[in-house]
Design a protein around this ligand. Structure first.
Ligand code: HEM
Length: 318
């Protein structure tokens, strides 16, 4: 009997271990421990977006830049120290990613309402991205939660893994594939460029030298992005940069994509058809965008005992 009891105990232990090892994210992760966390994040995001519409775009981009560099682990948020080479100083992030103060504010308010630091910075990024899209008119989705925060960051990894606006379609497809994302994810997620702005230096070559660009559009953009100087002057990524709509895809069909990498999605290649579909079908875009955001949000997440829950999103707890 004793050995049968021991056997049953072993089975239970193995099952429990398996559950931890394969523990996946859940939208209800914080429901018992802090039911007020999600409404709090929503409130802070809404206030930030109300204060400055562009902030919604900036917050969405933070989650993307977090997930593409060693997974969605809030490594992007860590400031430089003697042991941390901050991703904020990488090519794609320096003088470009923004919204870190809003994340700090969310963390403070969430920890306060929860009574202790239980909500990870990586999860804050995922929820703030969703709430930003919704605040700017997009459809909502359930965000799976339970990510933990990294204890490391890598500027060199950021430099190699974040896509460049100069990439052609094969390079973009390959870049996303290395993250476990397919062509459909690439096109849907690029729809994030329905929000926000880009600096002149990121699209200068396109508006002066490329041929797959609408003449009037190129001329218009050249007015505020001169051949020399004006590197940081902003242009909207689509004509309605504070509205989550399908204008980005309509633009691609009209050869009015702002970045080289945007127009690469509609340039006679394998993604043309899907761009056209999204340009004509806002529901299809919204549904696929949500699906791909959840998929991106699953990239190499830390769960269980891995990583930590930071107190301050900019600093590792030693
Ligand atoms: C497909 C490859 C991508 C490339 C090459 C790319 C590149 C860029 C570049 C160059 C900018 C302008 C940065 C600046 O001028 O400071 C930008 C802005 C932005 N990107 Fe992307 N991006 C890509 C995919 C994505 C994805 C997947 C998302 C989100 C799902 C996203 C969301 C944004 C947003 C919202 C902005 C505007 C940010 C703001 O106004 O603060 N991008 N991107």
């Amino acid at each position: 009997m004793a050995s049968r009891g021991a056997f049953q105990l072993n089975v239970i232990l193995v099952l429990a271990l398996a559950a931890t090892a394969f523990s996946t994210l859940s939208p209800y992760y914080y429901q018992d421990v802090c039911p007020e966390a999600l409404p709090t994040i929503k409130r802070v995001v809404e206030a930030a977006v109300y204060n400055e519409r562009r902030m919604g775009a900036s917050l969405l981009r933070l989650h993307f830049h977090d997930c593409f560099v060693n997974g969605c682990d809030a490594s992007l948020l860590l400031d430089s120290t003697s042991t941390i080479d901050s991703e904020k100083n990488s090519r794609a992030n320096q003088n470009s990613t923004r919204g870190f103060e809003v994340i700090d504010q969310i963390k403070i308010e969430v920890d306060k309402i929860c009574g202790r630091p239980v909500f990870s910075c990586a999860d804050i990024l995922a929820v703030a991205a969703r709430d930003s899209v919704v605040a700017l008119g997009g459809s909502s989705w359930m965000v799976p939660l339970g990510r933990r925060d990294s204890t490391t960051a890598s500027r060199t990894q950021a430099d190699s893994d974040l896509p460049s606006p100069l990439m052609d379609l094969p390079a973009l497809i390959d870049n996303f594939k290395r993250q476990g994302l397919d062509e459909r994810d690439l096109v849907a997620l690029s729809g994030g460029h329905t929000l926000g702005f880009a600096q002149c230096f990121t699209f200068r070559d396109r508006i002066y030298n490329e041929t797959n660009i609408d003449d009037d559009f190129a001329e218009e953009r050249r007015k505020t992005c001169p051949r020399n100087g004006g590197n940081t002057t902003l242009a909207p990524l689509d004509p309605s940069p504070a509205r989550f709509d399908t204008a980005y895809f309509n633009n691609l069909v009209e050869e009015e994509g702002l970045l080289h990498s945007d127009q690469a999605l509609f340039n006679g290649g394998s993604t043309d058809e899907l761009v056209k579909t999204y340009s004509e079908n806002a529901r299809a875009f919204s549904a696929d965008f949500a699906k791909s955001m959840v998929k991106m949000g699953n990239i190499k997440v830390l769960t269980g005992e891995a990583g930590q829950i930071r107190l301050n999103c900019r600093k590792v707890i030693n």
